[in-house]
Design a protein around this ligand. Structure first.
Ligand code: ZN
Ligand code: ZN
Length: 321
C-alpha cells in the first residue's frame, strides 16, 4: 500500500510502498477514506513531541471502513488515543487520557496517512451519518480534544479562542449552539481568518495582540505560543479559566501575579477519553457542525503540513488516499 512515513526529525514525510498491515487480536483492518492533518503532526515532524520508534505512518484522524474483523463494512473513526492499559489509577478513575502507558495513533501506532490502517476495535467509533468521510475527519482530534477543552470552560458565557484553525472553527459552532458568545483571536493581521471567524458567528475577531471589547469568562489557546497565556489572562474576567489545548507550547513568559489574582486559573488539556468521543460525536451531529476542509491527495501530505504551518487555508486539511 501507499503510505506517507515519518523517518526522522526535520525531514519531510516520505512516500513509500509498504505491506498492508495485519490486524492483531482485537484489531480492525481499515481501508482509509480520509485522514485529517493536525498541528500535532507538525510537532512530531519538528521533534517537539517525540516519536519513539520511527519510521512511523502519521495521521490520527482516520475515517475508514472495516475490511476485516468484527463490524466488517461499517464506517468508523479512529482518534489520537489508540490504546490504554485499563488498569492504572488513571484508567480506573475515568482519566484514560492520562494513562502513562497510553499509545497514540500516528505516533506510537501507525496512523492513517496510508491506504490501510489497523486499529484496536475498542478505540474506533461509529460516525454520524450526516458527515461525509472528509468532513468527519477533523472531528476526531480537532473536534474531540477541542470539546474536552470546552468542557473545562464550565458555563463561561464569553469564550475566547486563540488560534483560529481546525479546532476553533468546530468549537465556535458548538459554543454558539450552547448559547455562548465567541471572541476569536488570530495571528495579528490575518484578516482572512478573522473574516472566517465572523462568518461562523464569532461576535468579535481580531489579532491576538488586541484586547477584546469585553472581558472573557474563559479562553482556550490552540496556537502553540506561550506568550498567549498572559495575553489571555489579561483579557479575562475574574474567575476565568485559560485552557491550553495543544500538546506543545513555547515557554510561557513570567507575568505579574495580578493577572492570575481573583481566581483566574491556567490549565492544560491532554488527549481525550473514549467518553469524550461518545459525548461529542452526537453533539457535532445535532448542532450540526459544518467542517470547512481543504483536501489533498495522500502524496501531498507534506504540502498539507507546510500549508498548515503557514496558515494558508481556513479550517482543516484532510488527506484522501
Ligand atoms: Zn491532533
Ligand atoms: Zn492506564
Amino acid at each position: 500500500m501507499r503510505a506517507m512515513r515519518f523517518e526522522g526529525v526535520g525531514r519531510p514525510l516520505r512516500a513509500t510502498e509498504i505491506p498492508v498491515p495485519e490486524p492483531g487480536p482485537g484489531q480492525l483492518l481499515l481501508r482509509v477514506h480520509a485522514c485529517g492533518v493536525c498541528r500535532t503532526d507538525l510537532h512530531l515532524l519538528d521533534g517537539e513531541v517525540a516519536i519513539a520508534d520511527p519510521p512511523r505512518v502519521l495521521g490520527h484522524q482516520i475515517v475508514g471502513t472495516v475490511e476485516r474483523g468484527p463490524r466488517a463494512g461499517s464506517r468508523v473513526g479512529v482518534p489520537w488515543l489508540g490504546w490504554t492499559c485499563g488498569e492504572c489509577e488513571f484508567c480506573l478513575r475515568g482519566l484514560e487520557n492520562l494513562c502513562p502507558k497510553a499509545r497514540f495513533t500516528g505516533c506510537d501506532i501507525d496512523g492513517g496517512f496510508a491506504e490501510y490502517a489497523v486499529a484496536d476495535e475498542r478505540y474506533c467509533f461509529p460516525l454520524p451519518d450526516g458527515f461525509t468521510d472528509t468532513q468527519a475527519a477533523p472531528l476526531l482530534c480537532a473536534g474531540l480534544i477541542g470539546f474536552r477543552a470546552l468542557r473545562m470552560c464550565g458555563d463561561a458565557p464569553r469564550l475566547g479562542l486563540y488560534g483560529f484553525g481546525s479546532a476553533a472553527h468546530i468549537l465556535t459552532q458548538v459554543a454558539i449552539a450552547q448559547g455562548r458568545r465567541v471572541f476569536a483571536f488570530t495571528r495579528p493581521g490575518d484578516t482572512v481568518a478573522q473574516d472566517f471567524a465572523r462568518e461562523l458567528g464569532a461576535v468579535w475577531a481580531g489579532g491576538s495582540d488586541e484586547q477584546p471589547p469585553e472581558e472573557l469568562d474563559a479562553a482556550i489557546i490552540f496556537a502553540p505560543i506561550g506568550d498567549l497565556v498572559p495575553a489571555a489572562l489579561r483579557a479575562s474576567a475574574r474567575g476565568a479559566v485559560v485552557v491550553c489545548g495543544g500538546i506543545h507550547m513555547s515557554d510561557i513568559p513570567a507575568f505579574p501575579y495580578e493577572l492570575l489574582w481573583e481566581e483566574r486559573s491556567v490549565r492544560s488539556v491532554a488527549n481525550l477519553t473514549r467518553q469524550d468521543a461518545r459525548e461529542f460525536l452526537p453533539v457535532a451531529a445535532e448542532v450540526p457542525v459544518h467542517t470547512s476542509i481543504t483536501t489533498y491527495p495522500l502524496e501531498r501530505a507534506q504540502d498539507a503540513l507546510d500549508d498548515l504551518r503557514a496558515g494558508r487555508f481556513s479550517g482543516a486539511a484532510v488527506l484522501v488516499p
